[in-house]
Design a protein around this ligand. Structure first.
Ligand SMILES: NC(=O)c1ccc[n+]([C@@H]2O[C@H](COP(=O)([O-])OP(=O)(O)OC[C@H]3O[C@@H](n4cnc5c(N)ncnc54)[C@H](O)[C@@H]3O)[C@@H](O)[C@H]2O)c1
Ligand SMILES: C[C@@H](O)[C@H](N)C(=O)O
Length: 374
């Protein structure tokens, strides 16, 4: 009985007060009646900006100082204007990042602070990048649970309350040893063995639940391991594929912490960020699902080393396996089936292994030449 009373009170509040909440019209079936699962106080003066009110979305990126956030901010600022994209994190930005556009402190575990940022800046899109990745997550399970699960709950509630379009990345790590690994389709058994993977399956399911239950515009891509030249990875299992370039250029040697034949799906950062923008801009009626695999290539450390050695024949690669990372990699997909993303919203990658290696080497070559010239 108390449950029914609470539910009907919540629904009543939603019906009386919702235009400001703005996710969906009120004249629709119960499934899409939009009300916040975390009830808002009457003094909260928020009012979600519907997309048509502005020329461009006003974007907040959480966890923006990691491997991916700064690049995404750059891409979105080019498209929507510098001041329409706010980077946030709990770390101090470099002077370069600080001067390249709006930056704000935001701890996703602080719900009131998040709400204040969304309200004061009239945010309409939220890209939620804060997370602890697979290897660091295993080293600190309590913190990973808190950031990746409790933090996500705050994000979902804020997004639902304010009618935001929400992007949360998932990962190849959302699959486990009982998933089909070669290839891994969108829909299959997901029983990951890391806190990172468990938290990402939780994020996928909660986001889809909020979509069906509250009309939240939730969008999610499962990224492969991402390779970038100008940003460092944050403690994952696929980090070797970035580190090999740094070490090859600096020392001509690389010690790999995965076995030579460990095959994993990978992607160059430009493809990953473009996919993120494309899925955020895709008309809702093209999305037959809310969580998609995306892919570009799959390779082993040995194959990556061989591709690099075509241009740097002197490169020496040795192997000293980290058993935690190896066990994680052995439970992840070897090849990713992203046919639904290709069919529904036209996903297409630009970078295969040879283009990736050439692009990374060009970047480091240009950097070295600049350093020598200064
Ligand atoms: N990089 C990849 O290969 C990859 C692959 C698949 C999915 N993803 C996902 O993409 C997202 C971004 O990845 P990334 O590589 O940039 O991660 P990263 O580890 O480099 O950065 C994560 C950021 O989150 C921040 N953070 C931690 N606790 C926080 C808190 N309480 N409040 C706010 N921020 C906090 C950190 O300071 C860090 O800057 C993550 O959700 C990750 O799971 C990344
Ligand atoms: C794959 C991805 O989620 C991340 N790079 C990790 O290895 O943890």
């Amino acid at each position: 009985m108390p449950v029914i009373r609470t539910l009907s009170k919540v629904a009543q509040q939603a019906l009386l007060g919702t235009p400001g909440c703005g996710c969906q019209p009120l004249t629709v079936a119960v499934r899409s009646i939009s009300f916040s699962p975390r009830q808002v106080t009457s003094d909260a003066s928020f009012h979600s900006v519907s997309f048509s009110e502005t020329d461009h979305p006003k974007v907040l990126i959480t966890g923006g100082l990691g491997q991916l956030g700064v690049g995404l901010a750059k891409l979105l600022r080019k498209r929507f204007g510098k001041n329409n994209v706010i980077l946030s994190d709990i770390r101090k930005p470099s002077s370069n990042v600080y001067h390249s556009g709006p930056f704000i402190y935001s701890d996703i575990l602080d719900y009131k602070n998040l709400r204040e940022i969304v309200v004061n800046n009239r945010i309409t899109w939220l890209v939620h990048y804060s997370a602890l990745l697979s290897a660091v997550g295993e080293a600190n399970v309590a913190l990973a649970r808190s950031v990746n699960i409790t933090g996500l709950h705050n994000i979902l509630d804020i997004a639902a309350e304010h009618g935001l379009r929400l992007f949360v990345p998932s990962t190849i790590g959302a699959f486990g040893p009982t998933s089909p690994r070669n290839p891994t389709p969108d829909l299959c058994v997901q029983r990951p063995r890391t806190i990172y993977g468990v938290s990402k399956v939780h994020a996928e399911l909660m986001g889809e639940y909020y979509h069906h239950r509250y009309g939240l515009d939730f969008r999610c891509l499962r990224y492969p391991g991402i390779i970038s030249a100008d940003s460092q990875p944050g403690g994952g299992t696929t980090d070797y594929a970035v580190q090999i370039f740094h070490d090859a250029i600096k020392t001509g040697k690389f010690e790999c912490n995965l076995k030579p034949d460990t095959r994993l799906p990978m992607m160059y950062i430009d493809d990953c960020l473009r996919a993120t923008l494309e899925v955020m801009e895709a008309p809702a009626d093209t999305l037959s699902m809310r969580t998609y695999n995306i892919n570009a290539m799959s390779f082993t450390p040995e194959e990556l080393a061989q591709e690099l050695q075509k241009q740097m024949p002197e490169l020496e690669v040795t192997y000293d396996v980290d058993h935690v990372r190896q066990a994680i990699a052995d439970s992840w997909p070897m090849n990713f089936d992203d046919s639904n993303a290709r069919k529904d919203w036209g996903w297409k990658h630009d970078y295969d292994l040879p283009e990736l290696v050439q692009t990374m080497l060009n970047y480091f070559g240009a950097e070295t030449r600049m350093a020598r010239a200064n």
